[in-house]
Write a protein that binds this ligand. Structure first.
Ligand code: HEM
Length: 427
């Protein structure tokens, strides 16, 4: 019996640009549970499409992050955060004892209590952007540029203590790293991000503040073995990048849903309805459609298929989330316990699974719930300003987003924050 995983015969990132993810999910389900997809740098990645196998893979210690196992011509193995020649000692790229140590260092910034304490700041960031949109007089307004990116960037900026003057550069750097088509563009993006991270760390060393970069600097200075200098900059880089690009993608999909679906718009007017909408949007339009890489440290059999040593293995989150058979049981209690999410909100793998489960899941859920509710409260009659078929999606292997969302703000939107206060929602 041939145990070679079938060749998908298509570039996964390119296929995920299709607005209708159901098409790709179905191909993955009928070809899976493990397929080989051509990798742009050459060779294949092994892609897991079935929820049960996905959970096992994401907790399997024989699948490791060590980029030295990757084929030598994969120069940009760490496509998001670094290069093969310069590995990135951030949470997502390390494992074992180092990963546990770094996870503990990060944890204080992401407790449910810290996130609850951030809620008024998140509301303020939303209201400020909504005020701006209401007064700019543009019609249509691209809410991806004016709302979906600025809100998470402001929130992560406040958490980390990064001044708003840096936002434009950080946005540009992240955009170039995530979606730059040319190697030179991605490299320039990484250099720009590194420049700001270096400046931010330096300035917190000189003038500590009430923010997480200052906390990390204090940890490093108190015990450099607990957080080494390179791990400190990697942590800040990772949080800036992951802390806004992904949440912006989620907000864009949420707003697309509320401007095109009156029932969803109505549902988003309560906290419970907005939270449920966030979960369903995460499931159907995962901003991270595939997990990051893991390499097989030894030859493995996954889902009945042989996976050679050094093979790069990914989980197709979009396929797992839409799995017709297993939908409803994809996520485990351990993830929910960490995030405090009730079981109904764990019906997908959009925040990953196992040791690398997204540390920012609680924060982005909170941001998304507040942001979508604030948006529909302020602009209850908002309409899509173009035909839905004109909407364009960008996708790299680990990221997917709506490029722009032009809307018409047809309601009276001059009442500003008062409208939101009147709804009884404001804290
Ligand atoms: C909708 C928003 C988000 C989505 C869909 C998302 C998705 C994910 C996924 C799927 C993983 C696991 C990847 C893997 O196992 O290969 C992950 C890890 C991670 N995410 Fe998120 N994320 C989001 C928001 C955030 C935010 C707001 C932050 C930080 C403020 C963040 C920081 C991280 C970090 C540091 C990791 C690595 C954790 C580890 O390796 O232990 N993410 N995220």
């Amino acid at each position: 019996m041939d145990t070679t995983a079938p060749d998908l015969g298509m570039d996964l990132a390119e296929a995920a640009r299709d607005p209708d993810l159901a098409v790709l999910a179905e191909v993955l389900h009928t070809t899976g549970p493990v397929v080989r997809a051509p990798y742009p740098a050459g060779g294949y990645v092994w892609v897991v499409t079935e929820p049960g196998i996905a959970r096992k893979v994401l907790s399997d210690t024989r699948l490791v992050k060590d980029a030295a196992l990757a084929p030598p011509h994969w120069t940009e193995v760490f496509t998001v955060l670094g290069t093969r020649s310069r590995p990135h000692p951030g949470l997502i790229a390390v494992e074992g004892a180092q990963h546990r140590r770094l996870r503990n260092v990060h944890a204080p910034a992401f407790t449910p209590r810290r996130i609850r304490a951030l809620e008024p700041r998140i509301r303020a960031a939303c209201d400020e952007r909504l005020d701006r949109i209401a007064t700019m007089g543009a019609n249509p307004v691209d809410v991806v540029a004016e709302y979906c990116y600025p809100v998470p960037l402001t929130v992560i900026g406040e958490l980390l203590g990064i001044p708003p003057t840096a936002h434009a550069d950080l946005r540009q750097a992240t955009e170039d790293i995530a979606y730059g088509a040319e190697h030179s563009v991605r490299k320039a993006g990484r250099a720009l991000l590194a420049h700001w991270v270096e400046r931010a760390v330096e300035s917190k060393r000189d003038q500590p503040g009430e923010d997480f970069i200052s906390d990390l600097v204090a940890v490093h200075e108190a015990d450099p073995d607990l957080l080494q200098a390179e791990e400190l900059t990697a942590a800040v880089t990772g949080l800036i990048f992951a802390g806004h690009e992904t949440t912006a993608g989620l907000l864009a999909s949420l707003l697309m849903t509320v401007v095109t679906d009156p029932e969803a718009r109505e549902a988003a007017k309560t906290d419970a309805g907005a939270a449920a909408l966030v979960e369903e949007t995460l499931r159907l339009f995962p901003p991270v459609p595939n997990t990051t890489w893991r390499f097989a440290a030894e030859p493995l059999t996954i889902g009945g298929h042989e996976v050679p040593r050094g093979a790069a293995v990914l989980v197709s989150i979009l396929a797992v989330n839409r799995c017709p058979v297993n939908h409803g049981a994809v996520d485990g209690a351990e993830n929910g316990a960490e995030n405090g999410a009730p079981s109904a909100e764990r019906d997908h793998l959009s925040f990953g699974y196992g040791p690398h489960y997204c540390i920012g899941a609680g924060l982005s859920r909170t941001e998304a719930r507040i942001a979508v509710r604030a948006f529909v409260d302020r602009f209850p009659d908002v309409k899509l300003a173009v035909d839905q078929s004109e909407l364009t999606w960008d996708s790299s292997l680990p990221l997917r987003r709506l490029r722009s969302l032009p809307v018409s703000l047809t309601a009276d939107h001059t009442s500003g924050s008062d409208h939101v206060e009147d709804s009884g929602r404001a804290a």
